[in-house]
Ligand binder design. Structure first.
Ligand code: FES
Length: 328
C-alpha cells in the first residue's frame, strides 16, 4: 500500500465549512448515536466532506469533522489516512480507479493501463484540463466482467482499449455513457450461450415449496400402502426393559459396602478391631527381594525418578549443565 499523506500545503485550501444542507446531514448522523458516542459518525461525515470538497479531503475538512464531533484531530486524521476510500490529494472530475489485480490483468488490463498512461498521464496526477485522474487499486469485485475500472461511483466492465478510449471521449465531451458492461453483457451472465440453470421451471415459480409437496406426497403414499399402519401395529403395547447385556449401564449391588454386609447377616467390624488393624507395629514386615532373591539396591530419597537425559543429544542434565555462552 502506498504511503498516505496529506496533500502539500500549497494545495490545501485556507478553510472548510459544511454547507447548510450538509450541516443538516451532519446533525442527522450524530443523532443516530447515544450522547457521548458522536464519534461513531466520523466516516459518513468524512465522506460527505470529501464530496463537498470535490472528491478529496483537505486538512481543513478533517479538522472541521473533528470539531463538530468533538474529537481530537489526530483521531480523525487516523481514520482519513487509513481508509483508501478517502483521497488525500485533489482528483480529477472523473476519478478512475483501475483494477490491476490478476483476473483483470489476465483479461487485458494492461491495455487499459496503457490508455490511461497515454490519455491522462501518471497515476495520482490530475490531467491538465482537470477532467481525469487515475489510481491503480486492488480487486474491485467485478472479476467476472474483467477488465474493469470504477469511475467516480460507477463500474465500467468488459473493457477493451477501443471501448475504453471511446468511454473517456464521451465523458470528456459530456456525452451520456453506458455503465456496467461495455459489450452488452447483462450483469455477469456468461459471454456465450447459457449452459447451466437452463430449466425454465426454475423461473416460473413452480419450484417454490416443491420439497414440502414431495414430503407430503410420500407421507400420503406410505399411509395408502399400509406401511404406517403396519408399523403402529407391530409396536409392543408394554415395552420391555432394555437388556443389560445389550451394552447399557445398569445399577447392580456389586459394591461390598458395610450396609450390604449387614443386610446379609455379617457382623460389622468393631471399632477396636479397626484400630488394631491400622496399628503398623503389628503388621507383618516383608523385605523386598528382586527376582533372583537378592536385596534391591538402596533407593534414592527423592520422591521422583529423573528422566534419563542424553547430553549427546544436546539436552541439559544436572551433570552437564547447558552453557549458553558456549556456542561450540
Ligand atoms: S480482479 Fe479486477 S475486479 Fe477483481
Amino acid at each position: 500500500m502506498a504511503v498516505r499523506k496529506l496533500a502539500p500545503e500549497e494545495m490545501q485550501p485556507d478553510s472548510f465549512t459544511f454547507s447548510s444542507e450538509n450541516m443538516e446531514f451532519v446533525a442527522q448522523q450524530i443523532a443516530k448515536y447515544p450522547p457521548g458516542r458522536q464519534a461513531s459518525a466520523v466516516i459518513p461525515l468524512l465522506w460527505r466532506a470529501q464530496e463537498q470538497a470535490g472528491g478529496w479531503l483537505p486538512r481543513k475538512a478533517i479538522e472541521k469533522v473533528a470539531e463538530v464531533l468533538d474529537m481530537p484531530q489526530i483521531r480523525v486524521m487516523e481514520v482519513a489516512t487509513f481508509y483508501t476510500m478517502f483521497n488525500l490529494e485533489p482528483v480529477g472530475k472523473y476519478f478512475i480507479q483501475f483494477c490491476g489485480t490478476t483476473p483483470c490483468v489476465l483479461r487485458g488490463a494492461g491495455d487499459i493501463k496503457k490508455v490511461l498512461e497515454s490519455r491522462v498521464g501518471e497515476q495520482n496526477h490530475v490531467s491538465a484540463d482537470g477532467t481525469f485522474s487515475w489510481l491503480e487499486v486492488e480487486c474491485l469485485g467485478a472479476c467476472c466482467n474483467a477488465p474493469m475500472v470504477q469511475i467516480n461511483d460507477d463500474y465500467y466492465e468488459d473493457l477493451t482499449a477501443e471501448n475504453f478510449e471511446k468511454l473517456l471521449d464521451d465523458l470528456a465531451a459530456g456525452r451520456p455513457v453506458k455503465k456496467g458492461s461495455q459489450i452488452g453483457r447483462r450483469s455477469s451472465e456468461p459471454l456465450d450461450d447459457v449452459k447451466t440453470l437452463t430449466d425454465p421451471h426454475l423461473y416460473d415459480g413452480s419450484q417454490i415449496g416443491a420439497w414440502r409437496k414431495r414430503f407430503e406426497e410420500e407421507a400420503a403414499a406410505s399411509a395408502t400402502t399400509g406401511e404406517a399402519a403396519a408399523a403402529t401395529a407391530s409396536a409392543p403395547s408394554t415395552p420391555k426393559p432394555a437388556k443389560p447385556e445389550a451394552g447399557r449401564v445398569i445399577e447392580t449391588e456389586k459394591a461390598n459396602t458395610p450396609a450390604k454386609r449387614a443386610k446379609e447377616g455379617e457382623a460389622p467390624v468393631s471399632a477396636s478391631e479397626r484400630k488394631e488393624g491400622s496399628d503398623g507395629s503389628k503388621a507383618t514386615a516383608v523385605e523386598p527381594r528382586t527376582e533372583n532373591g537378592a536385596k534391591p539396591a538402596p533407593q534414592s530419597d527423592k520422591s521422583y525418578v529423573a528422566t534419563p537425559s542424553k547430553p549427546s543429544e544436546g539436552r541439559a542434565t544436572a551433570d552437564a549443565p547447558a552453557d549458553k555462552n558456549n556456542k561450540s
